[in-house]
Structure formats: structure tokens, C-alpha cells
Design a protein around this ligand. Structure first.
Ligand SMILES: NC(=O)c1ccc[n+]([C@@H]2O[C@H](COP(=O)([O-])OP(=O)(O)OC[C@H]3O[C@@H](n4cnc5c(N)ncnc54)[C@H](OP(=O)(O)O)[C@@H]3O)[C@@H](O)[C@H]2O)c1
Length: 299
């Protein structure tokens, strides 16, 4: 019988982190949750008594203390902060972590050292992958690289509630992967390990933004009018919604200048099969995600 893995989940309140924790637990791992606010509820994990330890991934001393307290040797982490997270990675190692599952991004298409800093999302995740290689070694971390989350539709919530969304390119197509599927794959790897150290994940369909709005309207039982707007207006709206400028620019790149990039990426076909390969279950499509998450669209 394989030895039980002792796992610590950073970002356990998140969509991916909570699903990763649940899957690893169901697969027999000992799971502890590292959280910034121990009082914050985690609905997906209610009913299970997980040990919780306080930690903030931008504060290395809290990271090392959390790992020591749990005795964990395997960790799940997110990108946080602006840099490559090296001090926190070193703190994970000093605390006793031997291997890491890192939530990265499918926007990294090639060599992690060749990603230009202008490719904001890919660059940010690639910098952490480089630091992981240097601190833990190539064999000791797995980068989970998902494409476009279904939960990105929540960025349009205000317009959806008004019954009118303004989009710069309504026909741009995305794959709409469910963050819970990303978490389930992560949880399987936390519990059992993986021979591969980069795992691309894409959702099961190509669905245009305007068609995603129809699905949302259908599930919520309301009509949502889609209006095409110009780039400048889209940028202002994102900035008003608190989306940082580099992220907003990247989103516009995805939507207007380079739509459908993930479908043309070299690892697309392999990534399409990976949710099933790692979990044994078909990935959720956008409608299924929407049905499970309809309450998040309430005012
Ligand atoms: N959106 C996409 O299309 C997409 C595509 C590919 C990859 N990704 C990756 O997925 C991430 C989002 O995942 P998600 O949907 O699961 O996010 P989420 O639901 O917003 O959860 C984010 C988690 O990060 C935690 N966190 C934030 N700052 C932290 C810190 N300083 N220390 C420790 N934990 C911290 C949050 O904890 P609190 O509860 O304490 O705030 C929360 O648990 C993105 O940031 C990106 O790296 C996203």
C-alpha cells in the first residue's frame, strides 16, 4: 500500500484550492488548509474537519511556520504578489516541503525562460515556475496549466444582472474550463504524484462569449442583450471594475487581438484529454459549471 501523503493547501478558500483539498482528502491524503482568515467559510469543504493553519504566501515566516505545524511534505500553491515568490518557496522548503503542485497558466506555450514580460499572465506564472525549478528542482514540482476559467464569466456579473453585457469581441471563443476540474486534477496529483511535471488543461468546448451569455441567460431565466463596444471603452470598464491594467490589456489581447490562442497552442489536444486522464471523469462544460454556480450571479 502506498504511504499516505501529508498535504498542505495554500489558497484553500479559492475555487481551485478548495476542490484540490477535497479531491486529495477523498483520495486518502492527510490534508491541512493554510488560510489567511481562518474564519472565512469554505462552502465546498463544509462538513469535513480539516486542520486549518494561518498563513499568507507573501509572508515567508508564516509559510514556514504553517508547514512545520502540519508536518506536510507536499504543498499546493497559487501565484501571489508581484515577484517570483522565491522567498516563500524557500520558506516552504525550509519548513519541510519536498514537492509542490503549482497553479500555473496555459498561456505559457513554450520555454519558460523565453516568455516576454509583455505577455503579462504567462510571464508572471513562468517566473514562479523558474524559481520552483531553482529552489525545488525540476523533478519536484508539477505545474498545472489551465486555460480560460468558466468563472471568468463572473467578471460580467454587473451587466448580466442589468440584462445587458457590453463586449469588445462577442464572437471570441474560449474553452471555459471549470476551476473545480482544475482542482480535482491538482488533488489527484497531490495525493498520488505525477510522472509529468507540466500538465495543460483546457475545457471541453469552444464557446464564443456571446454564446456563453446565452447559456447564462438560459440558466438564470433572463434575457441578456449583448452589445459590441470599442477597445477604449472596454479598457475603461475593466479599470472601473478594479481589474489591474496589465490584466485588462491581456484580456483585451485574448478577446480582440488574438482570440482563440489556446485552441492553436501546441499542447491543446493533449490538454483536452487531461481532466479525464487524471480524474477518470469528463470535464464539466460551461452550462454544467453555470448550473452549479448560478447562486454566484445573484445581486
Ligand atoms: N482565470 C483564468 O482564466 C485562469 C486561467 C489559468 C490560470 N489561472 C490561475 O488561477 C488563479 C485563480 O484561481 P481561483 O479561481 O481558484 O481563484 P480564487 O477562487 O479567487 O482564489 C484565490 C485564492 O488565493 C488565495 N490568496 C490570495 N492571496 C493570497 C496570499 N497572499 N496568501 C495566501 N493565499 C492567498 C485566496 O485566499 P483568501 O480567501 O485569503 O483571499 C484564495 O484562496 C489565477 O490567479 C491564476 O493564477 C486562472
Amino acid at each position: 500500500m502506498a504511504t499516505q501523503r501529508n498535504v498542505i493547501i495554500f489558497g484553500a478558500t479559492g475555487d481551485v484550492g478548495s476542490a484540490a483539498a477535497l479531491q486529495a482528502y477523498q483520495e486518502g491524503a492527510k490534508v491541512s488548509l493554510a488560510v489567511r482568515d481562518p474564519k472565512k467559510p469554505i462552502p465546498r469543504l463544509s462538513g469535513i474537519q480539516f486542520d486549518k493553519v494561518p498563513a499568507d504566501l507573501t509572508k515567508p515566516e508564516t509559510v514556514e511556520a504553517a508547514v512545520r505545524q502540519t508536518g506536510a511534505t507536499v504543498a499546493f500553491i497559487y501565484v501571489v504578489g508581484d515577484g517570483n515568490m522565491r522567498p516563500s518557496l524557500q520558506a516552504l522548503k525550509a519548513g519541510g516541503i519536498k514537492s509542490i503542485v503549482f497553479l500555473s497558466s496555459f498561456t505559457i506555450e513554450d520555454d519558460i525562460r523565453a516568455v516576454p514580460s509583455t505577455d503579462f499572465i504567462a510571464f508572471r506564472h513562468a517566473q514562479v515556475e523558474i524559481a520552483l525549478e531553482e529552489v525545488f528542482g525540476n523533478e519536484n514540482f508539477v505545474a498545472i496549466r489551465p486555460a480560460y476559467f468558466s468563472s471568468n464569466s463572473l467578471n460580467f456579473k454587473e451587466g448580466i444582472l442589468r440584462g445587458e453585457t457590453e463586449l469588445p469581441n462577442p464572437v471570441a471563443e474560449f474553452d471555459w474550463i471549470s476551476p473545480a476540474d482544475v482542482g480535482r486534477v491538482s488533488g489527484m496529483i497531490l495525493a498520488h504524484g505525477s510522472k509529468e511535471n507540466v500538465i495543460g488543461l483546457v475545457g471541453p468546448e469552444k464557446l464564443a462569449l456571446k454564446d456563453a451569455m446565452s447559456v447564462i441567460g438560459d440558466v438564470l431565466g433572463k434575457s441578456i442583450n449583448v452589445i459590441k463596444i470599442g477597445e477604449a471603452k472596454a479598457l475603461k470598464q475593466m479599470s472601473d471594475a478594479g481589474i489591474p491594467l496589465p490584466v485588462a490589456n491581456w484580456m483585451l489581447d485574448n478577446a480582440i487581438r488574438n482570440p482563440g490562442a489556446s485552441f492553436r497552442a501546441p499542447g491543446y489536444l493533449e490538454a483536452l484529454g487531461n481532466v479525464h486522464k487524471y480524474t477518470g471523469k469528463a470535464p464539466a462544460n460551461f452550462r454544467q459549471w453555470m448550473e452549479e454556480n448560478r447562486d454566484r450571479f445573484k445581486a
